[in-house]
Design a protein around this ligand. Structure first.
Ligand code: ATP
Length: 243
């Protein structure tokens, strides 16, 4: 596991659950219901990757580690990035410049965007690729149980593509997946039931997020190959992800 590096989430509890942070050469999936914090963690990581290595980021000297944010639902907010950067004493303009924002309009576009990253990532020292959410277009385009097999086939191809990107360029890939609070309604769909996730058969790290009291959230590690199972609590504050 040489050269494997970690990006801080902003919460030492969550970092500890992840074995030090979100790691490179790996796909990390955050899944949970709406408002559980998937997008907030994605925004925070896009800022934090730019921190110097001794502060939990992957920037080395003046070689800034950059982020790609693939937004499928139009939920990305530059103002949130600004706010998070300010809280960390970083220059918000510079932080925003080092996030490549890409809007994927459908699943084919989403896959084409990732294909293009095989050029951009090494050229621009991208160290984090976020896909928020990885599943929304696939679900919309291949609805219902009758399309499940085809959808899963397409999604697996996409995950394979992302896995290769992570491996070849030593970058962290973070994907989000919204799951429903009513598993019975989505019975038969392994990616949408609670406890279900897209990395069902693919290698990677899976973290389930749950709402708790107020701004508190619960994160649970799900069948990680090299990490202990467990739960922890973190918070979504004005400044972003914290303990
Ligand atoms: P969805 O699946 O609907 O996209 P999600 O899991 O991505 O949901 P997030 O957008 O990550 O959810 O989290 C939303 C929550 O983050 C809000 O309910 C709010 O509690 C918190 N939040 C968002 N912005 C701020 C802010 N500026 N200050 C404090 N808390 C915030």
């Amino acid at each position: 596991r040489m050269h494997l590096r970690k990006i801080t989430t902003g919460s030492s509890n969550l970092d500890e659950l992840l074995g030090g942070g979100v790691e490179t050469k790996t796909i990390t999936e955050f899944f949970g219901e709406f408002g559980s914090g998937k997008s907030q963690i994605s925004h925070q990581l896009s800022v934090n990757v730019q921190l110097p290595a001794d502060q939990g980021g992957l920037t080395e000297g003046d070689k800034i580690a950059k982020a790609v944010y693939i937004d499928t639902e139009g939920t990305f907010r530059w103002e949130r990035i600004e706010q998070m950067a300010r809280c960390l004493g970083m220059d918000p303009e510079l932080v925003m410049e080092n996030i490549y924002y890409m809007r994927a309009v459908n699943s084919d576009h989403q896959m084409a965007v990732v294909e293009e990253l095989f050029e951009l990532v090494p050229k621009e020292n991208v160290k984090l690729v976020v896909v928020d959410s990885v599943t929304s277009h696939f679900r919309a385009e291949y609805p219902g149980r009758e399309n499940l097999a085809l959808r899963q086939q397409k999604l697996n191809k996409h995950l394979h593509q992302l896995g290769r990107l992570a491996e070849v360029f030593n970058v962290a890939v973070v994907i989000t997946n919204q799951v429903m609070a009513r598993p019975d309604v989505f019975y038969g769909d392994p990616t949408q039931a609670v406890g279900g996730h897209v990395l069902y058969h693919a290698p990677g790290v899976r973290v389930q997020l749950k709402k708790s009291r107020g701004n508190k959230r619960i994160a649970r590690m799900v069948d990680a190959p090299h990490l202990p199972e467990g739960e922890t609590v973190f918070a979504i504050t004005e400044c972003g992800i914290r303990d």
